[in-house]
Design a protein around this ligand. Structure first.
Ligand SMILES: Nc1ncnc2c1ncn2[C@@H]1O[C@H](COP(=O)(O)OP(=O)(O)OP(=O)(O)O)[C@@H](O)[C@H]1O
Ligand SMILES: [Mg+2]
Length: 380
């Protein structure tokens, strides 16, 4: 299944957007235009749907409704999120799920639902607030999506949303987890527990996935020879051997790997692990441009057999220079004082004309994402 459309109202820096989504969707825009906030809308739905999650935790983890609600919101203050679900490669809508959220005006100021609706094949099968909700308002502090005894008619949506994975691996966090104490973040977005995640996969599958990564690393990382997963004193580690001036090349653990090597391992692992929606935050970071330019094709190759949807936020010219990327797959985010707008690149006539003139998507789109007064930065 894939999310074929998202509609947001008052979600962070988006006052109102309605965007079609493809199997593979790239999100581009200047700094602070809302790429991460857009990815966060999908993480928010995952956090509601996942076991032990729920609406209250999902809102609390984001600092409350007042942090989520768009600062440009005025007469219509509800935060609203709606998604359409379809099969991979299809535009036919199988499901629609929509919620509106507000904060209690007094007292504990808990978030509550102004509505929760589910449509199956365009037929409305859940329409809250219902009679029970009117009798007991407290019920509106929980979605039916998060409740096993209430979501049976649309459990497929819950299962799909809870399998969403977000990856923004921070190498330093993986190399030195002991230096970053405090409670773990929901969903481990920055890869602090990445090695534990590897250790939980059964040995046969793990070995098969690591061998594939090893093949890629041999191509991408000079001197890299082989690579294994080991457990030492009950702790999981990655161990690599590089071709060295020493005949039996010294073994190195993950804390000695380069940042790019770790980010590439994280990316290649995540593309193999799971089959739900995968959210990749700037996968180009720390990587050589030749590797980055192969990413779109690599993502396509690994997502296709699993019918898995992948969203990618990026600033990279190399990544978008792949001629195989269609303009329908690129969302262009443009900030303004009244919130960020989001358009599919194919709906912008100037971009289409530039592509007809022989330019790559990168050449046509990225100049639009640079700040207007960028030349003044050198006067700093
Ligand atoms: N509730 C809100 N209302 C309006 N704007 C908000 C709200 N919450 C966050 N923002 C704005 O969103 C911006 C950050 O957006 P985000 O991190 O998604 O940008 P980005 O496109 O991922 O940028 P980068 O390329 O630098 O990672 C900030 O400028 C912040 O002020
Ligand atoms: Mg960002």
């Amino acid at each position: 299944m894939i999310i074929s459309r998202i509609k947001l109202k008052n979600w962070k820096n988006f006052k109102e957007i309605d965007v079609p989504l493809r199997n593979r969707t790239f999100m581009v825009g200047p700094n602070a235009s809302g790429k991460s906030n857009l990815l966060d809308a999908f993480r928010f739905l995952r956090d509601i749907a996942k076991p032990g999650g729920g609406l209250q935790n999902a809102v609390l983890d984001r600092g409350g409704v007042s942090k989520i609600r768009c600062l440009a919101a005025r007469t219509h203050p509800d935060v609203e999120v709606e998604i359409h679900l379809s099969e991979f490669d299809s535009e036919e809508i199988l499901w629609r799920y929509a919620i509106g959220i507000k904060q209690e005006p007094r007292g504990s100021r808990l978030p509550f639902l102004t509505y929760e609706k589910v449509w199956k094949d365009e037929k409305l099968i859940l329409n809250r607030p219902d009679k029970e909700d009117t009798k007991d308002k407290e019920r509106l502090t929980q979605t039916h999506l998060e409740q096993i005894n209430a979501n049976k008619p649309f459990r497929e949506i819950t299962r799909f949303l809870e399998s969403t994975i977000y990856l923004h691996l921070l190498p330093q966090l993986l190399k030195h987890p002991q230096s970053f104490t405090g409670p773990d973040l929901p969903g481990d977005p920055f890869g602090k527990g990445f090695l534990e995640r590897i250790s939980k996969v059964n040995q046969t599958t793990r070995t098969a996935w690591l061998r594939k990564i090893e093949t890629a690393l041999k191509i991408a990382v000079p001197q890299f020879k082989k690579f294994d997963f080991i457990e030492e004193n009950g702790h999981p580690h990655l161990e690599a051997v590089y071709e060295h001036w020493r005949p039996n090349g010294g073994k190195q653990k993950e804390d000695q790997f380069s940042d790019g090597t770790l980010r590439l391992i994280g990316l290649l692992w995540s593309l193999q692990d799971g089959d739900g929606l995968l959210l990749l935050e700037e996968p180009e970071l720390s990587l050589n441009s030749a590797i980055v330019s192969k990413m779109p094709a690599l993502i396509y190759k690994l997502q296709k057999p699993k019918k898995r949807q992948v969203f990618i936020s990026t600033h990279s010219l190399d990544l978008l220079s792949d001629k195989g990327i269609s303009l329908d797959e690129i969302l262009v985010l443009s900030p303004s004082a009244e919130g960020t707008t989001v358009l599919t690149a194919s709906s912008i006539p100037e971009i289409r004309a530039m592509l007809d003139g022989g330019m790559s998507p990168a050449q046509a789109i990225l100049p639009r994402t640079k700040p207007k007064s960028i030349n003044q930065l050198t006067l700093f």
